[in-house]
Ligand binder design. Structure first.
Ligand code: ATP
Length: 198
């Protein structure tokens, strides 16, 4: 089975594109959603985050998101340390999940895939792009983040030009209908290459 990574900067439309593949019956793993679940359920993550950030990292309901977000905001070093605690556990969980899927290929959607070397575990990567201003507008319309917070998160992500060099497919996600066509084309190609290799 092939592992296909799906990535793109904040607001590029990764989840939107992932849903299009899901509608074509491709099993989808949304790393961010699974990471959030694991942050509350994994004993290893809890232990290491408390060691790094202190007892306040968790409260009675689970991860103390506000506390952790405040700590890592403006601290690339701490952000990196948090990622180094969470990502290895997500990688293990993903492998276990992928083994259970019965499909020529599966998709792993992750905002950070090139930056942490995760792309090396993928057979191919699909990169979603859109102009920065459009991405900011989309995220402002979608959630409570301020423009400064969005720009801060963008700073922690590689530029599209850098990512493009490592991507097998690039979808410029502006017009939904065009994106849908690109998804259909890529799906066909992936099915062909996956069956050629089996
Ligand atoms: P994040 O990295 O923040 O999780 P993302 O890359 O997964 O974002 P989405 O959540 O898929 O991006 O898209 C961001 C917002 O933009 C959503 O509200 C989505 O509905 C909207 N959107 C995505 N693609 C388009 C498009 N082509 N045209 C208009 N709106 C879009």
């Amino acid at each position: 089975m092939k592992i296909v990574g799906l990535t793109g900067g904040i607001g590029s439309g990764k989840t939107t594109v992932a849903k299009m593949f899901e509608a074509l019956n491709v099993p989808i793993y949304i790393a961010d959603v699974e990471a959030k679940k694991l942050t509350n359920s994994s004993k290893e993550i809890r232990r290491d985050l408390i060691k790094l950030l202190g007892n306040e990292a968790y409260n009675t309901t689970g991860l103390n998101k506000k506390f952790v977000a405040d700590k890592i905001f403006n601290s690339p070093k701490l952000l990196n340390a948090v990622n180094n605690i969470i990502h290895p556990q997500v990688a293990i969980h993903f492998k276990q999940w992928a083994q259970k899927q019965n499909s020529p290929y599966v998709i792993k959607e992750a905002a950070i895939l090139f930056e942490n070397g995760g792309y090396k575990d993928c057979d191919a990567v699909i990169l979603i792009t859109a102009p920065k201003e459009i991405r900011i507008q989309r995220v402002l319309a979608r959630d409570k983040s301020s423009k400064a917070e969005i720009e801060q998160r963008m700073k922690n992500q590689w530029s599209d030009d850098k990512k493009r060099k490592l991507a097998a497919f690039v979808i410029e996600n502006i017009e939904i209908a065009n994106t849908q066509n690109e998804v259909a084309k890529i799906h066909k190609t992936l099915l062909k290459t996956a069956s050629a290799q089996n």
